[in-house]
Design a protein around this ligand. Structure first.
Ligand code: HEM
Length: 402
């Protein structure tokens, strides 16, 4: 790595990755980060290719996630991946989502809003965003809501393990301990559910069958661990970032308040400008030429979603928040035909994208209905936190108490 390129492990990068991304795109579209032991790509076309080209495998998850989750679908490829994905995907779309899970989403959002609507002020991160998606998954799976703080602690430690770019030993140790604690908690629950099926996602998972393939207790436990982390951390950041952006752009907030059909455009534009997941790794199975250089087989490559989504070659005025922009397709934004990269693309495209969209629509409608004159607290400026996943550290708001 040349001395002039910002260091992704520096505090300056953590404070403002966006200006570093611009330097990467312009001066070093492919570079090797020695300490991360990873090649890094940052331009839209290169990040898109890393997701779509099957030369780039997800073998990186063998060391990046398997030690904390066990084996899950993100690591698999080919037929093994498609069968496993087909076992779980129906629960996250269509009638399962609309009929079975929508009421859960509505109740979780309403309960949280009831906790602060009469007070006149709140931190939408601490009191809403961090609790809402994990509460939804806990209820979808039919787990004990009293244990939600445990799940929250576990998924935070898993995400820290996933994003442990500097190889911090304490983060590694805590991730490994989480795997043991989660297995101890979850395996008896999975076994008990097999003999007392209910109308919940865990019951769907233990009975799912495609082409004679089913999921073992260990598979189900590992998938639940993945769901808690993949669905908790990301939607949490998404809802907080979207409200931060709308509150900082009152005219666009007013437009969304007036026409709720604009929520999906506001969410898509948030995913482009402030993606909850800023980077995803891959491992090429063979030597690949990309971004004017070569990545040898078996090396790690980091694809910078946060940079690609702001590539001026792809989006006009890429650093501005504009829910009306005409160069982002907001109808395909939650499917594998998306033209932003926040859910990745290709065969590992986020299986929970429609669930996330439904959660954001419900939360936004309920928050806007319950808090008619919602605004940022006087003098409060949202500050983002995180390098691998990123979102506002807090979001202090004020409103007329209901
Ligand atoms: C705004 C919210 C979300 C964002 C930004 C997001 C982002 C992503 C990304 C970038 C990937 C690709 C990983 C890769 O290719 O290596 C992914 C995959 C995945 N996501 Fe999401 N996600 C979100 C919500 C959810 C939710 C709500 C769930 C479920 C509860 C979920 C479950 C998954 C799963 C299981 C995969 C793996 C799919 C596969 O390997 O085939 N995600 N997500």
């Amino acid at each position: 790595m040349t001395g002039t390129i910002p260091d992704m492990l520096s505090p300056e990068f953590a404070a403002d990755p966006y200006s570093a991304y611009a330097v990467f795109r312009e001066q070093a579209p492919l570079f090797y980060h020695e300490a991360m032991q990873s090649y890094v790509v940052s331009r839209y076309t290169d990040v898109e290719r890393v997701f779509k080209d099957s030369a780039f495998t997800t073998a990186n998850y063998d060391w990046q996630l398997e030690p904390v989750h066990g084996k899950t679908i993100v690591q698999l490829s080919g037929r093994e991946h498609s069968v496993r994905r087909a076992l779980v995907a129906p629960a996250f779309r269509g009638s399962e989502l609309q009929e079975k899970f929508l009421p859960i989403i509505e109740r979780n959002s309403a309960d949280l809003i009831d906790g602060f609507r009469s007070t006149g002020s709140a931190d939408l991160v601490a009191q809403f965003a961090t609790r809402f998606p994990v509460g939804v998954i806990v209820d979808m799976l039919g787990l004990d809501k009293a244990d939600q703080p445990k799940f929250q602690k576990w998924y935070t430690s898993i995400i820290a393990f996933l994003g442990n770019l500097s190889g911090d030993e304490q983060v590694t140790a805590s991730g490994l301990q989480t795997k043991a604690e989660f297995a101890e908690y979850m395996l008896p629950v999975v076994q008990a559910r097999r003999s007392a099926l209910g109308d919940d996602l865990l019951s769907t998972l233990v009975t799912a069958e495609i082409d004679g393939e089913t999921m073992s207790d260990e598979d189900v436990k590992s998938f639940c661990s993945l769901l808690l982390a993949a669905g908790g951390e990301t939607t949490d950041k998404a809802v907080a970032s979207m409200f931060a952006l709308l509150l900082q752009h009152p005219e666009q907030l007013a437009a969304v308040r007036e026409d709720r059909g604009l929520i999906s455009a506001a969410f898509a534009e948030t995913l482009r400008l402030r993606p909850p997941v800023h980077m995803i790794m891959r491992e090429p199975a063979e030597e690949v030429e990309i971004a004017g250089g070569v990545i040898p087989a078996g090396k790690t490559v980091t694809a910078l979603i946060g940079s690609a989504n702001r590539d001026p070659e792809r989006y006009k005025d890429p650093d501005s928040f504009n829910i009306f922009r005409d160069d982002l397709n907001t109808t395909s934004a939650f499917s594998a035909a998306a033209d932003h990269l926040a859910f990745a693309l290709g065969r590992h495209f986020c299986v929970g994208a429609l669930l996330a969209k439904t959660e954001i629509e419900v939360a936004t409608n309920q928050l806007l209905d319950a808090l008619p004159d919602l605004k940022l607290a006087d003098g409060f400026v949202p500050v983002e936190k995180g390098v691998f996943t990123r979102g506002p550290a807090s979001l202090q708001v004020e409103f007329t108490p209901a």
